[in-house]
Design a protein around this ligand. Structure first.
Ligand SMILES: NC(=O)c1ccc[n+]([C@@H]2O[C@H](COP(=O)([O-])OP(=O)(O)OC[C@H]3O[C@@H](n4cnc5c(N)ncnc54)[C@H](O)[C@@H]3O)[C@@H](O)[C@H]2O)c1
Ligand SMILES: CC(C)[C@H](C(=O)O)[C@@H](O)C(=O)O
Ligand SMILES: [Mg+2]
Length: 354
């Protein structure tokens, strides 16, 4: 099969982790006789430096022409610490999401048997925890009207959702729940927010159409607590943009490291596969960042973009084996910590020899 990818490494550790994911992608493509074509594009702070904007038109064209996009991370402290900067790397990510129509961000939260002891939560709480958070990605407060008034002394961001946006993401949530353990938890703040009340209203209308799925409603503050207290309560969680952003970073703690959680951003024009973490600037160039979130994002790319399940599984097997053999980076190492590139080489080698 011909696989045409756009690869956007981005900033900070982005290029290092993308290198490792591409080693796995190439090894799998070779093993299964796929014809792989990939082109690199600029995004984030590097794109601002070179082209003056964080998601240049040529990068967008590259994504539009690709079957799938592999994305590293964007962000740079020089912008994080300058609230007055007009052009920011994050705008590139948001523009990409909007222009590619990436309305659903699928964030699976799975534990690894060999890493259970790395979770700050007790073993009996995390063992077997396995849920999928579905984050709405092109609406809500991220994209609502925002601005300043009163000579800049008052600022506002507006959370807006349309019925269509809510229906679209809930439908996806139900489809996931039907394929899994048939439980959908709709997370909102309907006791306070009008936008959340629309979410709950739409969910209540849709629920009878899915009689095999148990629909549960949970306020986001309670959900933040329950994710940590009893993660096994969740099967599929669906929520709006910002709640999903926050809850999934929190959920990564269950697994032992933020460097382990992959994601698929499902789009209208194409889909993007990306770790949930950021550019981890403190680790840039040190070859210490965990590449697993990005390598697992590559597994999701094979599965979601091409329905190549065996290819995805081989990557997952290689990742599980690296953990079992303790070939892991410092964030999850017990004894010896391996470098980012060593983990990537080990996983690619495992795939080649499988
Ligand atoms: N999708 C994205 O591109 C994305 C996501 C989140 C943050 N950001 C950007 O990244 C920059 C840094 O943000 P931040 O520090 O809040 O979040 P971050 O996710 O980059 O890092 C937070 C912490 O998580 C851990 N971590 C993250 N990735 C890791 C990895 N691969 N291996 C091991 N540990 C890892 C580290 O302890 C790190 O200090 C900011 O500019 C932010 O806007 C980008
Ligand atoms: C960098 C930022 C815009 C982004 C978000 O908030 O969506 C990030 O945190 C993520 O989770 O991909
Ligand atoms: Mg985030």
């Amino acid at each position: 099969m011909k696989l045409k990818l756009a690869v956007l490494p981005g900033d900070g550790i982005g290029p290092e982790i993308i290198d490792q994911a591409m080693k796995a992608v190439k090894a799998v493509a070779l093993k299964f006789n796929h014809e792989l074509e990939y082109n690199f594009g600029l995004t984030g702070a590097v794109a601002i430096d070179k082209l003056g904007e964080p998601y240049p038109e040529e990068t967008h064209e590259l994504c539009m022409q690709a079957d799938a996009v592999l994305f590293g991370a964007i962000g740079d402290p020089k912008y994080d610490n300058d609230p007055k900067a007009k052009v920011r790397p994050e705008q590139g990510l948001l523009l990409m999401r909007k222009k590619l129509g990436l309305y659903a961000n699928i964030r699976p939260v799975e534990t690894f048997e060999s890493l259970l002891h790395k979770s700050p939560l007790r073993r009996e709480l995390v063992e077997g925890a396995d849920f999928v958070a579905i984050r709405e990605l092109t609406g809500g407060i991220y994209f609502g009207e925002k601005g300043r008034k009163d000579n800049g002394n008052t600022a506002f961001d507006t959370c807006t959702y349309t019925r269509d946006e809510v229906e679209r993401i809930l439908k996806l949530g139900y489809e996931f729940a039907l394929k899994r353990n048939k439980k959908l938890t709709v997370v909102d703040k309907a006791n306070v927010l009008e936008s959340s009340r629309l979410w709950r209203e739409v969910a209540q209308e849709m629920a009878p159409n899915y009689p095999d799925v148990k629909t549960e409603y949970m306020f986001v503050d309670n959900a933040a607590m329950q994710i940590i207290q009893w993660p096994k309560n969740f099967d599929v969680m669906v929520t709006e943009n910002m709640f999903g952003d926050i809850l999934t970073d929190e959920a990564s703690v269950i697994t032992g490291s933020l460097g382990l959680l992959p994601s698929a951003s499902i789009g209208i024009h194409t889909s993007v596969f990306e770790p949930i973490h950021g550019s981890y600037p403190q680790a840039t160039g040190k070859n210490i960042a965990n590449p697993i979130a990005t390598i697992l994002s590559a597994a999701m790319l094979f599965e979601y973009a091409f329905s190549l399940m065996d290819e995805g599984k081989l990557i997952r097997d290689a990742v599980a084996a690296s953990m079992k053999e303790q070939v892991v980076t410092e964030d999850i190492a017990e004894g010896k910590a391996y470098k980012t590139s060593e983990v990537g080489d080990w996983i690619a080698d495992y795939i080649a020899k499988a």
